[in-house]
Every structure is written in structure tokens, then in C-alpha cells.
Design a protein around this ligand. Structure first.
Ligand code: GLY
Ligand code: MN
Ligand code: MN
Length: 440
């Protein structure tokens, strides 16, 4: 049985923060066809999962203070359907095992929602995600408003996006969530080491991908939290390279960006390493520049610093190195002000991490970058990308693409790197990639 989040703690956290008179309405994610009759494996909506752990489609969750704080609408038991698509817990299971205080079959939602909405002045709901859900809610509010003329009960007139309350809660990881992220980081780090061992010259990128995902699944992870990037040589300069169908050449660096989900919490790790076990001098200089920036950015993660402080730290370190490497000319301050560095480093340094790889939570408040607080988890992922066709780059640097990414928990005194098991110094990478050791 895979490790599970502490859903009771999440339910308590939401009820502790939900103001009286306000309610929350969540809908599950739909099933998705891949092609023909073949469905993607179902992945629950992250908000529904965070609150209930309900693993199946066709689910709605209504939360409000009262005798039955969590009401769930779920697929009912159905032996015929269960023969095809799997066992269902049904409303009884929702009450017994998924934290529901009341539960109905999903087809009761239309009849019950107007009643549930009554007595609440505000609703937290994600408009614009699903037109059918929006229409059902609007019709339910309309019905509730008609009843209100007779019974005088409030009907929601104020609507909040999930970012206001639910996503603020998800931004601050509880102890169970940190434990799951740590486990996802541990397994993912092991997968990166497996990739380094498999990724000798002559291996295909997909062989390396299979070593990674074998490691994920063998340990009970649900699988990748996002499509794994395995990019040899110049492919590393394509930020979202996921075809993974080339063969690693002698002298290539290999960039792997891969992380697994545990309890649906995902790691997000990038490592870049020499396929033949030795960095060339130019590769080593660029690698060290990215590593210096990454270590500086990690050191900047502490309560009181802002999200942008971390990015600015990486930018300053990388831009200084770009001048030293001959990628840019001029004063570092000017090159930062003019954003000249974006020629070689064009993405952000961090994003929040949790149930979604680009997790929920705002990055700014009142026009200012968000202040870091204990419990937040973010990635630190600087890079340098010098495509082979870059005529503006020194010839010996062309074709080098490097990113180094770790997952970092903000703590009371600074931060903890949750993915520290993945090697990243030049020496450690050369030791793991040493091909003689691979043969032995
Ligand atoms: N793997 C996705 C990202 O690094 O943002
Ligand atoms: Mn990332
Ligand atoms: Mn990544």
C-alpha cells in the first residue's frame, strides 16, 4: 500500500481557517482519453485529493461549518461498472474511509446543492475550469435564491478563487506533506543515480528514461510527476524536450529533469552529467558556474527573504559567470538591468512544489514578491543554455546545456534540501558516472 497523506489533518486545517458563513465547493478531475478508447490512468484533482484522498472521477465535495462539515458526492457502488473500471467505495466508503460527514451518489448533486448552498454568504469555487460545473452551480444558486425569498436564508453572493484559502493552505506544507516530498525526493534521487549509471555513450535517451521510471515504480511511487526530460548534448538546450529518442554521443553531457510522485506529492530534480564519466574543461567551467549559482540561491532561501531575492541571487551569480565565460561583455549591473543574461538563462529560478509540480500559491502579494515562510517548498533550478548554433558564444562552449535543480523546504532557520541524495558536485558526478565502475 503506498504511503498516504494525513487527510484528516488537511480537513482540520481547512475547517480551522474557513470563516463562518463561507463554504467550499470542489469538483474532481475528469477522465481523459489518450486516443481511441484508451484512457490515461486517472490522476485525481489536487484540491480534492489534498482534502479527501478520493481516488476516482465523478466526485464533488462541499465543505462548510455545521453538523456535516464535509459532504461528498461520489460514484455509487455498481457491480457491472466495477467489473470494467475497478472497485468503488461508494457513499458508504466515503463516510467510512474518506472523511466525509455526509455522502451521496454523484447523481444527487443537482438536487442537493441548492440546499447546501443556503445559509452561506460566500463560496470558494474555481470558476472557468469546467463549463458544466459552472452551469450547475449557477442553476443551483438560482434555485437557492428562489427559496430564499420564502425562507430568508443567505445565498452566496461573494465568490473566492481557491487561491484565497485552499491554495494558501496547500502552499504551507504540513508535516505529513513534507514527509511525502522527502520520500519522493529520496526515490527520485535514486532514479537520477540509476540514470547516471545507464547513460553511457551509445545508450538511447529512452533507455535512460526507462531506468528512471523503473526506479520510480519499483519503490511504489505512482510514477513521474511530469514527463521526464532526458536530453543528451544539444537537446539540453530545448527546455521542454520530452521526445527522448536520440542516442547519447561520446563527449555529451546528459540533462535529466525527472521526479516521481509519492502520495501524489512530486519531486522535481534536474541533474546534468558527462556520459563518458569526465567533464571536458569547457563543460566543467559551465557546470561549475551553474552550480555556484544554485548554491548561492539555496543559501538565499530563509524566512524573511522574498521569492524574487532567490531569483535575483541566481541571476547575479550567473551573469557574473557569463562575463567570465565570454558569453557576455560589460558591467554585471548593466547586463542585469538590460536583461542581457536572458540570452543564456531565460527561465525563472523557482516555483512552488507540492501536489502539482508547478504548485499552487501566489508568488506576489499587493504587488510585492512573496516573503518566504517556514513550510513553503520551492525548487531552485538555475541553468545555462548555449545552443550549438549560437554564433555569439565562444566556440568551445557551443552545444552545452546545463540545469541543476533541487527541492527546498523553508525552515525556521533557513532551509532544508529535500533532494540532497542526488549527487551534484563535479567530483561526485564523475565518480557515479565512471564507466569502469559500471563494468565491474
Ligand atoms: N520539471 C518542470 C520544471 O522544472 O519546472
Ligand atoms: Mn522545476
Ligand atoms: Mn524540473
Amino acid at each position: 500500500m503506498p504511503v498516504q497523506p494525513d487527510f484528516a489533518a488537511h480537513k482540520k486545517a481547512l475547517l480551522d481557517r474557513l470563516p463562518e458563513g463561507e463554504a467550499v465547493l470542489l469538483f474532481g478531475a475528469p477522465t481523459r482519453l489518450r486516443n481511441g478508447d484508451a484512457e490515461h490512468r486517472y490522476r485525481p484533482d489536487s484540491d480534492v485529493w489534498w482534502l479527501t484522498g478520493w481516488p476516482d472521477p465523478e466526485v464533488a465535495v462541499f465543505v462548510a461549518h455545521g453538523d456535516t462539515p464535509v459532504t461528498m458526492f461520489v460514484q455509487p457502488r455498481d457491480p457491472t461498472a466495477e467489473t470494467w473500471t475497478g472497485r468503488r467505495a461508494g457513499p458508504e466508503g466515503a463516510r467510512a474511509r474518506f472523511g466525509a460527514d455526509a455522502a451521496f451518489a454523484y447523481d444527487r448533486l443537482e438536487a442537493e446543492l441548492p440546499r447546501l448552498l443556503q445559509g452561506h454568504t460566500a463560496l470558494h469555487y474555481a470558476f472557468g475550469v469546467d463549463a458544466e460545473h459552472d452551469a450547475l452551480l449557477q442553476a443551483s444558486i438560482h434555485k437557492a435564491a428562489r427559496s430564499a425569498r420564502r425562507n430568508g436564508l443567505d445565498v452566496p453572493e461573494t465568490f473566492h478563487a481557491p487561491s484565497k484559502l485552499l491554495h494558501e493552505l496547500r502552499l504551507f506544507k504540513l508535516p505529513d506533506e513534507v514527509a511525502l516530498l522527502r520520500e519522493a525526493g529520496r526515490i527520485s534521487a535514486e532514479a537520477h543515480v540509476a540514470a547516471m549509471r545507464a547513460g553511457r555513450p551509445g545508450a538511447a535517451e529512452y533507455e535512460i528514461e526507462s531506468a528512471i521510471e523503473h526506479t520510480f515504480r519499483r519503490q511504489g511511487s505512482e510514477g513521474p510527476g511530469y514527463t521526464s526530460i532526458v536530453a543528451a548534448g544539444d537537446n539540453a538546450n530545448i527546455l521542454h524536450y520530452i521526445v527522448n529518442d536520440c542516442v547519447v554521443a561520446e563527449g555529451d553531457l546528459v540533462l535529466v529533469d525527472a521526479g516521481c510522485e509519492v502520495g501524489h506529492y512530486t519531486a522535481d530534480i534536474t541533474r546534468t552529467w558527462p556520459a563518458n564519466g569526465r567533464f571536458t574543461p569547457p563543460q566543467r567551467r559551465v557546470y561549475q558556474a551553474v552550480l555556484d549559482a544554485q548554491l548561492a540561491a539555496i543559501a538565499a532561501v530563509k524566512p524573511g527573504a522574498t521569492f524574487m531575492d532567490v531569483h535575483d541571487t541566481a541571476i547575479r551569480s550567473l551573469t557574473t559567470s557569463m562575463v567570465a565565460l565570454g558569453l557576455l561583455e560589460g558591467e554585471v549591473d548593466d547586463l542585469i538591468a538590460s536583461e542581457a543574461y536572458k540570452a543564456w538563462y531565460m527561465h525563472g529560478t523557482s516555483h512552488w512544489l507540492g501536489l502539482d509540480v508547478h504548485d499552487v500559491g501566489t508568488y506576489a502579494r499587493g504587488g510585492r514578491s512573496r516573503v518566504l515562510e517556514p513550510g513553503m517548498v520551492l525548487t531552485i533550478e538555475p541553468g545555462l543554455y548555449i545552443p550549438a548554433a549560437s554564433e555569439d558564444a565562444p566556440a568551445d562552449l557551443r552545444g552545452i546545456g546545463i540545469r541543476i535543480e533541487d527541492d527546498v523546504l523553508v525552515t525556521a532557520s533557513g532551509c532544508e534540501v529535500l533532494t540532497a541524495d542526488a549527487p551534484k558536485t563535479v567530483e561526485a558526478l564523475e565518480a557515479v558516472c565512471a564507466r569502469a565502475a559500471r563494468v565491474a
